[in-house]
Design a protein around this ligand. Structure first.
Ligand code: GDP
Ligand code: GDP
Length: 453
């Protein structure tokens, strides 16, 4: 094909951003109390503890972006649910399976002082089948004399136990080195499994997230436990909408009303981020009866940064009168100009008004997010665009746009190969034209430029 003429290595990426390149995911699994949260904090270089004893806060899965030796990755703390002995081994094993299937590396954390328990062995049995690399961390090895204890964990059949002390930091550098070494060059492509599409309901407190969830489920809040053939977590819920099943991710946060002691804003924002990461499409709720706020903007930024498909639901529409509608239109022009491509739906979670309109909006957003334009189509289009509107001169020279290709979907990511720098304005122009031609409504689109040396 025409692509083969282009040696991508010969181009320097002048963008500086990672475009559509996803970061690898490292999942931390293990029993409660082995020190997973402490280890996560250690890796993140933070003192402030997620280890805080707030029910519903540390127990669910949370993702963080981390960095070691200049390499970024996503750290997923899978928590551990209710410590009732029988269900526990099972739910941890399920987490381990989920991690094997979705992460790029799995770290099993074991209490190195206690040694391998029956639960650890059950989980190790699951992980031994893993094609994803698995590392074994023997935690709570606070000093050298204890290292011998850690050696007994060879019996788990997961290779070398790596002694570490999450609280003191001993061995954590070596563990991180080993994790990075185990990670593949390129993270796995996170394609949909063919199961239900994953939706996150997000928005600032009191915007109506739980009300909408209740409306959608008809008041029945069946928590999904185990659905054959899918990797549905207990924190997710399956909902029938428009005759199909959708997976609403990380709804535990909507269910549990954690009181508002200090620090909860921080957790709420972590939860929102983790829900967005877990989703394919996000429904951002905005309170239509109140001015659009900074907090709405922050959540919107998270969605854009994560590159997820987006539907904006203006909730509490039952409270909107003529006057408010007028000022809201102005606010939308001003505050949401970053996302002219997002479909807006006016709903009332209270009365149920227009709630069913979410379905076509979600469908459209996902179709755009998944869309792939062939290289032929793309370059035919490109030729016309360039002929009609060539890139502006830079330093007296005319950069030539040689060729374009769609490097990724989810979100659609395009790479333009050029002989010179393309200004931000021209890149935005290309994105706008791309959208006009191929319709990516509901999805962010990324445009990267590679300049030939
Ligand atoms: P999680 O339930 O697996 O997330 O475990 P936590 O991180 O909440 O830790 C459980 C308990 O073990 C806490 O009291 C921690 O302070 C303690 N702990 C964690 N890591 C270490 C360690 O390296 N050494 C020692 N001595 N205690 C630790
Ligand atoms: P969350 O914090 O985002 O989960 O918000 P809630 O679902 O708990 O709703 C916060 C408040 O807004 C509650 O008093 C709801 O009854 C109210 N509320 C939610 N949706 C609507 C709506 O569409 N119209 C009106 N009038 N009130 C709503």
């Amino acid at each position: 094909s025409d692509e083969s003429d282009w040696n991508v290595e010969g181009f320097e990426d002048v963008d500086g951003d990672t475009g559509g390149v996803a970061m690898p995911v490292v999942a931390i699994v293990g029993r409660p109390n082995v020190g997973k949260s402490s280890l996560v904090n250690r890796i993140l270089g933070r003192r402030e503890a997620v280890v805080e004893d707030v029910p519903g806060v540390t127990r669910d899965r949370v993702s963080y972006t981390a960095n070691w030796a200049g390499r970024g990755f996503i750290l997923q703390d899978t928590g551990g649910w209710e410590p009732d002995a029988k269900g526990m081994a099972q739910s941890i094993a399920r987490q381990a399976e989920h991690a094997m299937r979705t992460a790029d590396a799995v770290v099993l954390v074991v209490d190195g002082v206690v040694g391998a328990t029956a639960t650890d062995e059950a989980v190790a049995r699951v992980l031994r089948r893993s094609k994803t690399p698995v590392l074994l961390a023997a935690n709570k090895i606070d000093d050298e004399r204890m290292e011998a204890e850690a050696a007994s964990l060879w019996s788990l059949g997961l290779g070398e136990p790596r002694p570490v002390s999450a609280t003191h930091g001993r061995g954590s550098g070596d563990l991180l080195d080993a994790i990075l070494e185990a990670l593949p060059e390129t993270p796995r492509e996170r394609e949909a499994t063919g199961g239900p599409r994953r939706v996150a309901l997000v928005g600032k407190p009191n915007v109506g997230k739980s009300s909408l969830m209740n409306k959608l489920t008809g008041g029945e809040r069946a928590v999904v436990d185990n659905v054959a053939g899918t990797t549905v977590d207990p924190i997710d819920e399956l909902v029938e909408l428009g005759g199909r099943t959708w997976q609403f991710v990380d709804t535990a946060g909507l269910r549990k009303r954690v009181n508002t002691a200090s620090g909860h804003e921080y957790y709420a924002s972590l939860r929102t981020r983790s829900a967005i990461e877990a989703a394919e499409v996000v429904v951002l709720l905005i309170d239509a009866s109140e001015p659009i706020t900074e907090q709405d903007q922050r959540v919107l930024s998270m969605v854009i940064d994560a590159g997820r498909a987006l539907v904006i639901a203006f909730n509490k529409w039952d409270l909107v009168d003529e006057d408010r509608r007028y000022t809201l239109d102005k606010e939308i022009d001003r505050e949401l100009s970053r996302v002219p491509w997002a479909r807006r739906v006016n709903i009332s979670a209270k009365t149920g008004r227009s709630v069913q309109k979410l379905v076509p909006a979600l469908d459209e957003a996902l179709a755009s997010w998944d869309k792939r334009i062939t290289t032929g189509q793309l370059n035919n289009w490109l030729k016309e665009i360039i002929a009609a509107t060539p890139p502006p001169l830079r330093g007296g020279r005319q950069p030539r746009v040689m060729f374009a290709t769609q490097a990724a979907t989810r979100p659609p990511t395009f790479v333009f190969f050029t002989t010179g720098f393309l200004e931000a304005g021209y890149r935005r122009f290309l994105e706008r034209k791309l959208r006009e031609q191929f319709n990516f409504d509901g999805s962010p689109v990324r445009v990267n430029v590679r300049v030939r040396d």
